[in-house]
Design a protein around this ligand. Sequence first.
Ligand SMILES: [Zn+2]
Length: 295
Amino acid sequence: MSRSRFKAGRRKFAGLLIGALVAMSPVFLHAVERLNFRPGFNLFSPAQDVEMGRKASGEVNGQLPLVRGSQVLRYVNNLGKRLAAFAPNPSSGVKYDWTFNVVNSSDINAFALPGGFIYVNRGAIESAQNEAQIAGVIAHEEGHVVMRHGTHQASEIMLAQAPLSILGSLLGQSSGLAGQLARLGIGFGVNSILLRNSRSAESQADEVGTYILYQAGYDPYGMAQFFEIIQKKYPQRTIQFLSDHPNPGNRIRNVDEEIPKLGPKKDWKTDSPEFGAVKRRLQRMPPPPKPAPKK
Ligand SMILES: [Zn+2]
């Protein structure tokens, strides 16, 4: 090794060392923690998230009864898009297709398909006590989207089922993606594995959701409050929500600990007249259709 290359190497090492020390220093820890939203292992490109999500939403829209009232849809889309503007985007450069639908079901539930297709049940809106709480549910779902939990989950299953050489050629040709996934047993409908989140994915969606609420000026406790309400008030009706979004344990305490790290307390928004109007609109609608008995 020449002397100059040795020196350059030493400088590089010194640079790395300083970098490491800066990262460890408590002054910088705060900022690092806030921005540490990293999606997990994923075989898909973010653009494929949008492609798969669009296909899946086409199927879901045919499988679930949707609320058609324009007032309700307009409200949920406006709120959802406003929140999405504050969502961290670690796969920067990707434009998610933020689309929001309301499912005409009294079950308290919500779910997100890859790429930004979010479904909020009528029952979730009706049981939220204020706008910050329903914003929290939507922000949590947006967390699943930007952390790409659906395709992360699909990637892990694919990796377990197919050799990497097959996966390589499969993922190269996006046109046949849906068919190839179907061959691996990965479906797109309402029972898709794209919707089954792990507990660690839940914690991450909670963190991102709380972050979005804070950034958007909403009471960041809204999301955790909503989880608390549904668990206390409707213990028998939370089963579906908790099977799609399993409780990572100490959920409320974790979120409560997260909030002071986001920044100072502000004059947070908790409610709006529009939310009240939408709730009343839903209450005046005919009751949701009875779900078909499970086969
Ligand atoms: Zn979730």
